[in-house]
Ligand binder design. Structure first.
Ligand SMILES: Nc1ncnc2c1ncn2[C@@H]1O[C@H](COP(=O)(O)OP(=O)(O)OP(=O)(O)O)[C@@H](O)[C@H]1O
Length: 319
C-alpha cells in the first residue's frame, strides 16, 4: 500500500498508440476494500487503463501503482497480486468446471493441499459445486461468470479488476455476482469494475466517468449528483408526467419544440429534462395537464450532461 493509503492509483497516466491518445493525463486513487465503478462510452479508454494498471502495457507518460508497486517497474509482481476478469475471460470451454479451477491454480503455482483447500473455498463462495463435472461451455452465462471469477481469484489477490463482468447476463445472475463482489469487498478485497449498467454503477461506493480518454468526474453518487457542472447555473432538472393516456414520445416531441430545453429523455411514462429556469413558466402554460416537478439528476443524467458539455465545447471550438 502506498503512503497515501491507496491500493490502486493512477498519476497523470497517459497511453498513446502511435498518434492516438487512448488515455490522457488520468489520475485517481482507490483505497483498500473500495468497490470502485468505472464508466464511459465504448472506446473511451477503460480497458487500456486496466491493462496498464495490471502491468500488461507500459504508460507513455505518468504512472500508477498497485499495492505500492509502480506499474512501470513491477509489472511481473503486479500480475501475481491482481485478479483480472473480463467478459471474455479465458475459460476452457471443453474442460469441466473442476478442470478449469485446477488449471488456473496450476498457472499460479498453487498445488497439493493448498490447491484442494482453495478449491473448496471457491466452491463454497460461488456455489458452483453442483456443476463440478459439467463442461464450462455448457454452463449458463451467469454460472460461466461465477466460474470465471473463481478462476480469476484462485491466488487470493487483494486487488481485482473486473472488465464488464456482467455484460449480457440476466438480472438475477447479475445480482448474485454482485453479491459475491460485495462479500469479497467486505473482506478487504479492492475492486475496480467497469460497467455500462447504471444500476451497477449506483451500487459502487465511488464511481469514475471517462470520456474521450479524459477522466471527467470521480466521486460518490451523491457527490456526482451535486456537481455544479451537472447542474448548470440558470437551469433546473425536472420530471414531466402527463395523465396515464398520454404517449410519452408525443410529450417529448412537444417539449423539444419549446425554447429553453437543453436535454430531454423518456424514463418509463415520464420525461427527465434539463430546462432553462427562465423558460419553465412558459412551459407550464404550453403543456397543460402535465405535472412538472423538480428532481435530482440520476447518475445517467449526470453523465449525459457532462458528455454534452464536452461534445458541444469541442464542436464550438471546431467551428
Ligand atoms: N493496441 C492498440 N492499438 C491501437 N489502438 C488501441 C489499442 N488498444 C486500444 N486501442 C484504442 O484505444 C481506445 C480505447 O480502447 P479501450 O479498449 O480502452 O476502450 P474501452 O473504454 O474499454 O471500450 P469498451 O467499452 O468498448 O470496452 C479505442 O479507440 C481502441 O481502439
Amino acid at each position: 500500500m502506498s503512503a497515501s493509503g491507496a491500493v490502486i492509483s493512477a498519476e497523470h497516466l497517459t497511453i498513446r498508440f502511435g498518434d492516438f491518445t487512448a488515455v490522457d493525463d488520468v489520475s485517481f486513487s482507490i483505497n483498500k476494500g473500495e468497490l470502485f465503478g468505472f464508466l464511459g462510452p465504448n472506446g473511451s479508454g477503460k480497458t487500456t487503463i486496466i491493462k496498464a494498471l495490471c502491468g500488461l502495457i507500459k504508460p507513455t507518460s505518468g504512472t500508477g501503482s498497485i499495492l505500492g508497486m509502480d506499474i512501470r517497474e513491477h509489472g511481473a509482481d503486479i500480475k501475481q497480486h491482481v485478479g483480472y476478469m473480463s467478459q471474455r475471460f479465458g475459460l476452457y470451454e471443453d474442460l469441466t468446471v473442476e478442470e478449469n479451477l485446477d488449471f488456473y491454480a496450476g498457472v499460479y503455482g498453487i498445488t497439493g493441499a493448498r490447491a484442494t483447500a482453495r478449491k473448496r473455498e471457491l466452491l463454497d463462495l460461488t456455489g458452483i459445486a453442483p456443476y463440478l463435472t459439467r463442461r464450462a461451455g455448457a454452463l449458463s452465462g451467469g454460472w460461466k461468470q461465477r466460474l470465471a471469477l473463481a478462476c480469476a481469484i484462485v491466488h487470493e489477490p487483494q486487488v481485482v479488476f473486473l472488465d464488464e463482468p456482467t455484460a449480457g447476463i440476466d438480472p438475477v445472475a447479475r445480482r448474485s455476482l454482485w453479491d459475491l463482489f460485495f462479500h469479497l469487498s467486505a473482506q478487504g478485497v479492492t475492486f475496480f469494475v467497469t460497467t455500462h449498467y447504471m444500476d451497477e454503477a449506483e451500487r459502487c461506493g465511488r464511481v469514475g466517468y471517462i470520456y474521450n480518454s479524459h477522466l471527467i468526474a470521480v466521486g460518490t453518487i451523491a457527490e456526482l449528483q451535486k456537481l455544479p457542472r451537472a447542474n448548470p447555473e440558470g437551469t433546473v432538472r425536472v420530471k414531466l408526467e402527463a395523465d396515464g393516456h398520454s404517449d410519452p414520445s408525443a410529450m417529448l416531441d412537444a417539449l423539444r419544440a419549446l425554447p429553453g430545453v437543453r436535454e430531454a429523455t423518456i424514463f418509463g411514462r415520464s420525461i427527465h429534462a434539463l430546462i432553462e429556469t427562465a423558460a419553465i413558466e412558459a412551459m407550464r402554460a404550453k403543456l397543460p395537464g402535465v405535472i412538472i416537478e423538480t428532481i435530482q439528476p440520476s447518475l445517467e443524467d449526470v453523465f449525459v450532461t457532462l458528455t454534452y458539455q464536452i461534445a458541444n465545447a469541442a464542436s464550438g471550438a471546431a467551428k
